[in-house]
Design a protein around this ligand. Structure first.
Ligand SMILES: Nc1ncnc2c1ncn2[C@@H]1O[C@H](COP(=O)(O)OP(=O)(O)OP(=O)(O)O)[C@@H](O)[C@H]1O
Ligand SMILES: [Mg+2]
Length: 386
């Protein structure tokens, strides 16, 4: 296997994730899911493997990447087109949804009265797509796997008519889930859904959807991935197992960073290839002005996620980055007091944990960075690096 951090691995090349996907497959029998993870941890890869596992278990799956989908109408159209594509040629398919898509543009796109209530064309198109799928597959679950769902909702902004906004779509999807017991949604994306739901007061709209964490790879799988990449790139190391472990640990077991680390070693063909060479390559990557691992994103997105609280969040992260070990809540509080910050610190810390910046060890009120890569990059940024 080659070191290609930006390429989707073929299904057969996905390392690990068997247990997680088996668990998720079981969970989908009971409920819709939202997969939570830090960016680049491997959500899309897990979603593809889950698609394969569910399809193998008799579920009709429709997997879509919704990035760049600009509004409810485009969303309904994309779902209808994908459903049509999926069902073409199946004997029971009636294909109602696509016939309605033309109405999405122009004068007929707004709402119209039906049975006393205001119905909108996008709702009808979406309902028809779901009904088409359920009608064509009477024997099991229909699962709609939607990648980058939160980013899509965020992209909707605030349409002139709130009936065409993210909140209306969330309400409608909830109604669809309630109406169709064989329908499942599996949602994921690189923005935490809570950042989109909270400002529009819709956190309750997905409380029937089970949240599931997608963690980094288990260490043995991360080591296995590193070994496969080293072999694929024809690296020879006297102590290959040690080198693979150093790569896995240096990358926090995140497959994307593992690919990158092997790629960085490849650039120089380090000799001897040992754990020290891995540490050197990692340090170079974290300090590279070209930011090959896209770590500035962790800093930049604070503005988007935290709004007015972004400066406070930055100071909290600096306070934690300055220390090698975990930092007590009281020490962070004292630090904010020095700079005159007034902010709801427990809530801010909770959000930084949910957003995978920090972790709090069980039962303690002390915080450390969730990922060593992010910690070490932050330390370097603020001049704490040795
Ligand atoms: N299980 C795996 N085995 C091998 N490589 C993997 C695995 N998971 C992820 N990768 C590698 O990491 C890269 C990023 O994975 P993926 O796109 O699934 O992450 P993501 O969490 O969806 O990212 P984003 O936050 O950008 O949406 C992939 O292109 C692939 O190179
Ligand atoms: Mg993804």
């Amino acid at each position: 296997m080659r070191a290609t951090p930006n390429q989707m691995p073929a299904l057969a090349d996905i390392v690990g994730r068997d247990d997680l996907v088996a668990d998720l497959r079981g969970e989908v029998q009971r409920s819709s899911l939202v997969l939570l993870a830090e960016r680049r941890v491997g959500k899309t890869t897990v979603l593809r493997k889950l698609d394969d596992a569910l399809s193998g278990a008799g579920c009709l799956c429709l997997r879509q990447d919704l990035e760049g989908c600009g509004g409810v109408r485009e969303f309904a159209e994309r779902v209808a087109r994908a459903a049509t594509e999926r069902l073409k040629g199946l004997p029971r398919w009636r294909g109602q949804a696509l016939g309605l898509v033309d109405r999405l543009g122009g004068a007929q796109a707004g709402g119209w009265a039906l049975g006393g209530g205001l119905r909108r064309t996008w709702q009808t198109v979406l309902d028809s797509a779901v009904t088409d799928l359920l009608d064509a597959h009477k024997t099991g679950l229909v699962a709609l796997l939607w990648d980058e769902f939160p980013m899509m909702l965020q992209g909707f902004g605030q349409p002139a008519d709130p009936g065409d906004g993210a909140g209306a779509l969330l309400d409608h999807l909830r109604a669809l889930r309630q109406r169709h017991p064989r329908l499942r949604l599996v949602l994921t994306g690189s923005i935490g859904l809570h950042h989109v739901l909270r400002p529009i007061g819709k956190t309750a709209s997905i409380n029937d959807i089970e949240p599931r964490e997608v963690p980094p790879l288990a260490l043995p799988n991360a080591v296995d991935l590193a070994r496969r990449l080293l072999t694929g790139e024809s690296f020879a190391a006297a102590r290959a197992a040690d080198v693979a472990e150093a790569i896995a640990l240096g990358a926090d077991c995140v497959p994307y960073y593992i690919h990158h680390l092997v790629k960085a070693l490849l650039a120089r063909r380090e000799q001897p290839l040992d754990a020290a060479a891995v540490a050197d390559a990692r340090r170079r990557c974290l300090r590279d002005a070209a930011d090959p691992w896209h770590l500035t994103h962790f800093e930049e997105r604070l503005g988007t996620y935290y709004g007015d609280r972004a400066p406070h969040a930055r100071r909290v992260l600096e306070a934690v980055a300055e220390s090698v070990g975990p930092v007590a809540h009281e020490a962070i509080e004292a630090r904010l007091r020095q700079t005159g910050d007034t902010v709801d610190l427990p809530e801010l810390l909770r959000d930084l944990v949910v957003d995978h910046y920090l972790r709090a060890d069980d039962g303690s009120r002390a915080y450390a960075f969730r990922f060593g890569v992010v910690r070490d990059w932050w330390r370097w940024r603020i001049g704490c690096d040795e």
